[in-house]
Design a protein around this ligand. Structure first.
Ligand code: COA
Length: 373
């Protein structure tokens, strides 16, 4: 069967940034206003007063210092607390398409390819701006790609599951080159009024170009040695938004139509699942954890990544072995592990082994074991 190679990656980083202090100031203004507005009911014991958030907690609990977002003003407005992203007309490309084009063009340029060389586009992400026509087909149209395109969603594991689909397409002869693009606007599904989670997400878009090994120059990119997917149902990360269950614009009163999680449970349940899947997967490829030069893990929580790396390696990871981008980007869902890969691979030498590993809602876990060519 034909082998597949990650020949290049691309990244779109939204220019607007919110640091923890700015986010906390907006949240705490909302808390003060809410408590004042409801003072009587709170005093009567009918409502519970809201507690303020704190930058020091956020950084310690998650490793997050700031996040890039598609619309800072709407998020920080205490009267609004969600991004103001106007719906585009049917004649314009959508916002996720625009994000995808920047990341995809960087990947194509870095691989030295043109659109004519690409056979398929997979848009793989947690939230799609509409059900159809597929965002991927819009990206395909905007880039002038022949062939086929489709959208898919496996929450935070969308990009790795998308890479698996690209590998399959190349192995069975459907395609020679596939673009897997993950335009994540996580700020639009985040409940910025929820103290437990208002800080965790940011926005970004990644692109991964997966090609037939014969089409990639020796020394360029990473051979994909194997992929491994795993899912296990859990309600601990959930979003009930859908065409049967719509939210009002503010999301107030319908917090289940936005992101909801039991963060502590997720941490406890997912970390061991991930560590054991990585161990099993490496074993099935005749590899061991000692041979890994790098782990590009899903970026949700710094402490969680350190724990997983420690479990896999059987020791504390050394500097740079499991790089994080959480401080700058926060959790960008499926884009996170790919951003870590994009920014932290150029120092690796021929033959070096690494693993891209995503995990999140579902639960879902996706591994891609790679070797520098
Ligand atoms: N500011 C200040 N204090 C806060 C706070 C905030 N914004 N949010 C919560 N706290 C308080 C809580 O009230 C609690 O106080 P208590 O100990 O007095 O009861 C304390 O901080 C700890 O809260 P907890 O929710 O248990 O924090 P945590 O250490 O579990 O960290 C997460 C929260 C979300 C950062 C963490 O659980 C996490 O990242 N989990 C993994 C989630 C994940 O991977 N999700 C995948 C999503 S795609």
């Amino acid at each position: 069967m034909a082998k597949a190679v990650i020949s290049a990656t691309g990244l779109f980083t939204p220019p607007e940034v919110i640091d923890n202090d700015e986010l906390v100031e907006s949240f705490n203004t909302y808390v003060t206003q809410y408590n004042e507005r409801n003072r009587d009911a709170i005093e009567r014991g009918e409502l519970t007063a809201l507690e303020p958030s704190a930058s020091a907690f956020i950084e310690k609990a998650s490793g997050i210092k700031r996040r890039h977002v598609m619309d800072k003003e709407g998020i920080l407005d205490p009267e609004r607390m969600c991004p103001s992203l106007t719906q585009r007309s049917n004649e314009e490309y959508g916002i996720q398409c625009d994000m995808s084009l920047v990341a995809a063009r960087e990947a194509l340029e870095s691989a030295g390819l043109s659109s004519a060389d690409v056979d398929a586009v997979i848009v793989a992400c947690s939230n799609l701006e509409r059900p159809y026509p597929a965002v991927a087909i819009e990206v395909q149209d905007a880039l002038g790609i022949e062939g086929y395109a489709y959208d898919m969603n496996v929450a935070c594991s969308s990009a790795t599951f998308g890479i698996q689909a690209a590998v399959d397409a190349i192995s069975n002869g459907q395609a020679r080159a596939v673009l897997v693009v993950s335009p994540e606007i996580c700020s639009a599904h985040l409940n910025f009024r929820d103290r437990d989670s208002h800080f965790i997400f940011g926005d970004a878009c990644t692109a991964v170009l997966v090609q037939h090994e014969d089409d990639v120059a020796p020394g360029q990119g990473f051979d994909i040695l194997g992929t491994r997917l795993k899912t296990k149902f859990s309600n601990n990360i959930r979003n009930n938004f859908g065409f049967l269950n719509r939210a009002d614009e503010s999301g107030i009163g319908q917090p289940d139509k936005l992101f909801v999680q039991q963060g502590r449970k997720v941490f406890k349940e997912v970390s061991p699942l991930v560590a054991s899947l990585i161990g099993e997967h490496l074993g099935s490829l005749g590899l061991s954890a000692e041979q890994l030069r790098r782990m590009w893990l899903h970026q949700a929580n710094l402490n969680m990544n350190e724990l997983i790396a420690r479990r896999v390696l059987g020791r504390d990871p050394s500097e740079g072995e499991a790089p994080t981008i959480l401080d700058e980007y926060a959790n960008t869902s499926s884009a996170g592990s790919i951003i870590a890969f994009h920014q932290h691979h150029s120092d690796l030498g021929s033959g070096d082994l690494g693993i891209i590993c995503s995990f999140g809602a579902g639960y879902s876990i996706g591994n891609v074991v790679v070797r520098k060519r």
